[in-house]
Every structure is written in C-alpha cells, then in structure tokens.
Design a protein around this ligand. Structure first.
Ligand code: GLP
Length: 250
C-alpha cells in the first residue's frame, strides 16, 4: 500500500511550485508535511530507512540524511534498535512563520485560549511607532493565555490594525485563521527572543513559580505590501517549549 509519506514525496517531486532538486531536502519536506497534517501521529514510528529507500527508489544515504536533519531539529527522535519516531515535545521551528494553533495541532495537541481582553481601541504611542501607524488609528487588542489542553503554555498580547481586522470577535481561537479568512495572513515577520524570569502575575497565569525561567518573544508581522499586520508580545514557559532554528552556511 502507498503510504501518506510516499504520496507526499511524489507530489513534491511533481509539483513545479515546490520543486526542490535535492532528493534529501524533498524527502525532509515531505516528512515535515505529513507530520504537520498528522498523517503520522506524535509518538508513532516512521517507516524504516530501508523501506523508505526501497519504496521511494532512493539510496539509504539520502534517506538517512533527510532524517538526520529532522532529528537535529527535534521533530523526530531515534531510539536505538527501535527506529525513528515523531517527537512528542513541543518544538517550534523558528524559521517558519506559523501560528500557535498550527504548531500545537501539528504535534497532536489541543490548542485553546482564554481571553482577558478582546476589544478595539486607539493605538498607543509605543504601538504606533512599532507598527508604523498614525496616532489615533483604531486597533484590535487581544490578551490571552494560550493552552495545550489544560496546560497553560504562554501569555500573548496582540495588536492588529482595525483596518485589517475590523471586529475582534472574528478571532475565535486563532488570530492567523481569522486573518487568513480576510486575506491578510502575515507573510513575513521579525521576531525578538529574550530569556526572562516570569514575574508573579505571569507565573500565576502559567501555573509556575514566580521567577521561573521564561522566554519573551516579540513578533512584528508584515503583509506582502509591507504593512504591519500584528505586533505581539508573548511570554512562554521555559520548561516545556523549545525553539529550534536551522542554520545554513550560505
Ligand atoms: C504565535 C506568535 C504570535 C501569533 C500567534 C498566532 O504564538 N508568537 O505572534 O500572533 O502565534 O497564533 P494563533 O493563530 O493560534 O492565534
């Protein structure tokens, strides 16, 4: 039987839009896609290297190289003698512009939010500088605690120009889904990460001790035409969230 992974690999090999001439990078992309689409669930095994090589007519060296990169990124784990498995820890690849909801769903977790604020107001001087908006412009503000099931993972404060998202109630669980529906999903983002100690208020919301290690992340996302679509400040729990970046020499 043709597996979802073999299908995806063949699809990527045919699709000129995603054409990737190097077979190991194509296979890596295919594995990433099937994990994100949950065709292979977290904790489940990938077909063996030998089977993949045979089914996809690739050398074992190519298959091994594709898998090694994903093991380094933390998306896959290898257990000696048992094989290669889809990782269960929450790992956020840093080079992809994805949403909290997508990151969690890709790992088979159940993302949800509790809102403290979901309203509309006037841009503050700080926001207007960060977002390149004129003073007095209307913005939507979201202040939420983000959960995986019952486990709080992060606190986020997002600001979006009301001209792009006129009604805060359009955001149900996912901001990016709401923006996507309006044709203004971010295409590019700048992100700043800092190690912090979580203050008493943040620690209480995240169910950890005051002064626990956390990550503060600021993201400014842009549309294709350069307009800022969001300015989000987040505080993540340092004990369960990993950020992984793939680095290239060229
Ligand atoms: C991440 C980013 C935020 C972004 C959010 C969107 O958490 N740090 O900048 O606003 O994803 O996630 P969602 O679409 O689930 O609301």
């Amino acid at each position: 039987m043709e597996t979802a992974l073999a299908k995806e690999y063949r699809r990527l090999s045919r699709d000129p839009g995603t054409h990737q001439p190097l077979a190991y990078l194509r296979l890596r992309r295919a594995i990433r896609n099937v994990i994100e689409h949950r065709d292979i669930e977290p904790g489940h095994a990938l077909p063996s290297e030998r089977d993949l090589a045979r089914v996809l007519s690739l050398s074992r060296v190519t298959v091994r190289k594709a898998i090694a990169g994903l093991v380094e990124e933390g998306l896959l784990t290898q257990r000696h003698g048992a094989g290669t498995f889809v990782a269960e820890r929450i790992i956020k690849p840093m080079s992809r512009l994805t949403s909290f909801t997508e990151d969690l769903r890709a790992r088979g977790l159940n993302p949800r939010s509790e809102f403290f604020e979901r309203g509309i107001g006037e841009v503050t001087p700080e926001e207007s500088m960060a977002m390149n908006l004129s003073p007095g412009v209307a913005v939507v503000r979201l202040h939420r605690v983000r959960y995986a099931g019952d486990e709080p993972l992060a606190i986020e404060r997002s600001v979006v120009p009301a001209i792009l998202l006129p009604d805060p109630m359009l955001v149900d669980d996912s901001l990016y889904e709401a923006l996507e529906k309006r044709g203004c999903r971010p295409r590019r983002a700048l992100q700043r990460l800092r190690a912090v100690l979580l203050n008493a208020q943040h620690a209480r919301l995240l169910h950890v001790a005051t002064n626990s290690a956390g990550l503060s992340i600021e993201r400014r996302s842009f549309l294709d035409d350069g307009r800022v679509v969001e300015f989000t400040s987040s505080w993540y729990r340092g004990d369960i969230y990993d950020f992984v970046a793939e680095l290239h020499t060229d």
